[in-house]
Each structure stands twice: as structure tokens, then as C-alpha cells.
Design a protein around this ligand. Structure first.
Ligand SMILES: [Zn+2]
Length: 442
């Protein structure tokens, strides 16, 4: 609860131009420190909000950040600080064009903007009404698209399903110290499954240390913010980071694939889950990918299982009549929409059967059909029986019902990694004393 005179102020930031989207978290962290210096306190962790990963003009990381603060000053004064920080940052780092949205009090209809931006392609015009309803201020953003992410990131408040990520930064433009990568592997061994998605052992790749030009040295994911809080300072010091911030995030929650959609209602760039029957045998394509037609009462869609995901091995084993659930991204192709699978759940794979000629009751050899007149004859001993018919033989399935996830290297940020399944996020922990290191100097 806010103290008398304090206001709850939300700031959402999206940066349409930064190469990996991760600059958004950095500029937001700088802004958060600036607002804390001016007496604002954190009403919650800063949010790193991932949105629909299938938007064509966005990177796979499609993410925005929101801050939720209790401030003596009102939204207008906060907006002034936001504007100054963004301007200074954009001047120094020409490749960025951040857009910010500032809202005071209830986030109102922005909640539905978040829910839609998770799974659909939204145009800036589609969020205008919600912004007016929330009496939001929109700052910066020459290209206009960032307003959707900035608005949606505020609408995520309060996240009901979430994990956490500790981000460690170096100053933008400076070299990344090499010790982080080795450090991540050691950390993963010590803390798994308290931290997750750090390393893809199958591919021998450290996932937690991005190599791009962004200022992120490492990102350590966890269901438990207290674990992150207790290691943040030590990691920052030993890995050579200048700043460490713990974000609450919808990453690893599968939030973009939580609703089943009728096939007939799929639209381009949706993130969607369909449930239905396999209606044709799987088709193996060049490159090792597999295409599979799945239908429900409203239509059929071709589900693509790309080799990189590892899911093509499951798709190959599916047969007509199997019941499946496929989650993924809808992509328009010349021959209609396809659903690029991120996961597949085999709901029912009934045993297959085939009809075979009977065996000879005398010598055990496979008998030959006598054609239309009926009956079978043994090619070995000559035994004939006009009353014999074909026999049904069960074909074993090498496919168990259950959930199949893509390989860690192919993960979207929103995909739940197998190693974190069953790890319950710490629900309502007290804000740890260390959300950001070093703490703001007032
Ligand atoms: Zn025989």
C-alpha cells in the first residue's frame, strides 16, 4: 500500500531499434536508478515482459520493460525524468529509439493490451483507446511501433505467472570480460534447478552470455529471486559487471501458448495452440523438416516441425487419427497458413493394426490368399482352408503420449524449459534488499 501522498506510477519502455532488444533493459535500469534517486521506491521488481515472439519486424526476443514505483511526485514529473533519461541515452547510443508510456494508478484496459500483445500482432492504432482510458502519457518513439510494447509491458502488472532474471551489465560499448562464460557453467552446476536455461549441454553452448553488441554480460534465470539477490553482488564483482538488476519476467512461463484456438480462427503471426487429429501421414521435407496436417472441426492447418527444434523426430512417428496439441507461431505461406511448432503434446496415439494373411495351422508358414473365392492355401505343405480369413495384427508404437519440447537452443524466451518444469516460482516474496547493485546514490 502506498503511503499517504504517494502515487503508484508505471513506466513502460520499448525500444524498436536496438539490435537485440536488450538495450531496453539497460536504459530502463538507468531510468529506475534515476527515479530511485529522486525518492521513488519500488512497488515491485522491474518487469521484463516478453511479447508475441512471432511478430515479423521484431527480433525473437520481442521484449519490453516496465517499472512500477511509488512516488511522491506525480506521473507528469516522472514523465519529465523519463524524457531526460531517454534523450540522453538515445544521443549517446544512436541506434536506439525508445518509446515510453507513463501511467498513474490503475493500469485499466492496458491489461487486455498485454494479453493480446502476447499472442497477436497489434498495430499502434489498436492500443490508442486503452491508452486514452488509462490517461497515459506517450514519450519518444519516432517510429510509433514501440508504443504497443511499452503499453503492453505496463498491462502485465501484476504478473500472475512469472520467473526472475538477474541481468549483469557492462557499460555500453565496452568489452565483455571473458570470465563470465566459464562462471555460468560453474554456477549452473551448483544451482540447477534453482537457476535454469543457462547452458545447452547438448549443443555445448552457454546460453546465459549473449555475444552481441548489447551491454548484457550475462542473464541468470531463476524461479527464486532470493537466490538471485544473494549471488548478484558476488557475480557482478567476480565477472566484472558494472551493474546488476533483478527483473520479474514472464519468461519460461509459456504465457504466449496458453489458449487453444480453433484452426479456423488462426491469423498470421498469432502465437497459438491448436488441438485436433492428425489427418494425413507426416511428410518429410528436404533438410530433415517434417510437415504434418492437423485438423479440428473448423479446418486443417499444416504444422511445421523444423529440424532445429528436435520435434521432427516426434512428428515423424505420428499417424492419421492420432490426437495432438501443437503450440507455435502462425506464418503466412503462399499455400496458406502454417503453424511452426514450438511444442507438441501427444494426447492419444492409439495402437495401429494391419491385416495379414494367417499362418498355416499345420506347419506355421505364412499362407497365400486364394483370391475372390476365399480361403487360404499354404505354399509349403499345401494345406487349404476356405474358411480362413485375414488376421488383425497390432503394430507397436514407439511414441508415448505426453509433452515434447524443443531443444534448449531453439527456445523462445517465453518457452518453459524442461529443466524448470515443476519448479514453482516463489509467489509473493518480500522485495529483497538487493534488486539493483550498486544501490542508487541519493
Ligand atoms: Zn503349411
Amino acid at each position: 500500500m502506498a503511503e499517504p501522498g504517494e502515487k503508484l506510477v508505471h513506466v513502460g519502455i520499448d525500444d524498436t531499434d536496438s539490435p537485440l532488444g536488450m538495450c531496453t533493459t539497460y536504459v530502463s535500469s538507468i531510468l529506475m536508478l534515476e527515479l530511485m534517486k529522486r525518492g521513488c521506491s519500488l512497488a515491485d521488481f522491474p518487469y521484463l515482459v516478453r511479447l508475441n515472439p512471432n511478430i515479423p519486424f521484431k527480433t525473437r526476443g520481442n521484449g519490453a520493460v516496465s517499472l512500477h514505483l511509488r512516488c511522491e511526485m506525480g506521473a507528469e514529473e516522472v514523465a519529465g525524468v523519463v524524457e531526460r533519461v531517454l534523450e540522453a541515452y538515445s544521443e549517446r547510443h544512436a541506434k536506439t529509439d525508445p518509446t515510453a508510456v507513463v501511467v498513474q494508478g490503475d493500469v485499466g484496459e492496458l491489461r487486455s493490451v498485454y494479453r493480446r500483445a502476447l499472442v497477436e500482432l497489434l498495430a499502434p492504432s489498436q492500443v490508442e483507446k486503452a491508452l486514452r482510458g488509462a490517461r497515459a502519457m506517450v514519450l519518444g518513439g519516432r517510429k510509433g511501433r514501440g508504443v504497443v510494447g511499452a503499453a503492453a509491458s505496463i498491462g502485465a502488472y501484476e504478473l500472475d505467472v512469472f520467473t526472475y532474471e538477474l541481468l549483469l551489465y557492462v557499460p555500453p560499448g565496452s568489452a565483455k570480460p571473458p570470465q563470465a562464460e566459464e562462471g555460468v557453467v560453474e554456477l549452473d552446476r551448483l544451482l540447477r534447478p534453482l537457476t535454469f536455461a543457462n547452458v545447452d549441454y547438448g549443443a555445448s553452448r552457454v546460453l546465459a552470455t549473449p555475444r552481441g553488441p548489447d551491454p548484457v554480460l550475462a542473464g541468470i534465470r531463476s524461479a527464486n529471486p532470493l537466490v538471485l539477490s544473494s549471488i548478484a553482488r558476488r557475480l557482478a564483482e567476480s565477472w566484472g559487471a558494472s551493474l546488476a538488476v533483478i527483473f520479474k519476467t514472464n519468461q519460461a512461463t509459456g504465457a504466449h501458448l496458453s489458449k487453444v484456438k480453433p484452426v479456423g480462427e488462426l491469423r498470421p503471426y498469432d502465437s497459438a495452440v491448436v488441438r485436433g487429429l492428425v489427418v494425413a501421414p507426416p511428410a518429410e521435407l528436404r533438410g530433415g523438416h517434417v510437415a504434418l496436417k492437423v485438423g479440428d472441426s473448423t479446418g486443417t492447418v499444416t504444422c511445421m516441425f523444423y529440424r532445429e527444434t528436435g520435434l521432427q523426430r516426434v512428428a515423424k512417428l505420428l499417424r492419421e487419427g492420432d490426437r495432438v496439441e501443437v503450440g507455435g507461431g502462425v506464418v503466412p505461406r503462399s499455400r496458406g497458413l502454417t503453424l511452426n511448432a514450438e511444442y507438441v503434446r501427444v494426447l492419444d496415439a492409439p495402437p495401429l493394426s494391419k491385416l495379414e494373411n494367417p499362418r498355416c495351422p499345420l506347419c506355421g508358414k505364412r499362407m497365400k490368399s486364394l483370391g475372390k473365392r476365399g480361403g487360404f492355401k499354404c505354399p509349403a505343405c499345401g494345406y487349404r482352408d476356405p474358411a480362413l480369413g485375414k488376421v488383425e495384427v497390432r503394430v507397436p508404437r514407439f511414441l508415448e503420449p505426453g509433452l515434447y519440447l524443443q531443444r534448449p537452443l531453439a527456445y523462445r524466451h517465453l518457452s518453459p524449459p524442461a529443466e524448470a518444469m515443476g519448479v514453482e516460482p516463489v509467489r509473493a516474496p518480500p522485495l529483497p534488499s538487493l534488486v539493483v547493485w550498486p544501490p542508487p546514490r541519493s
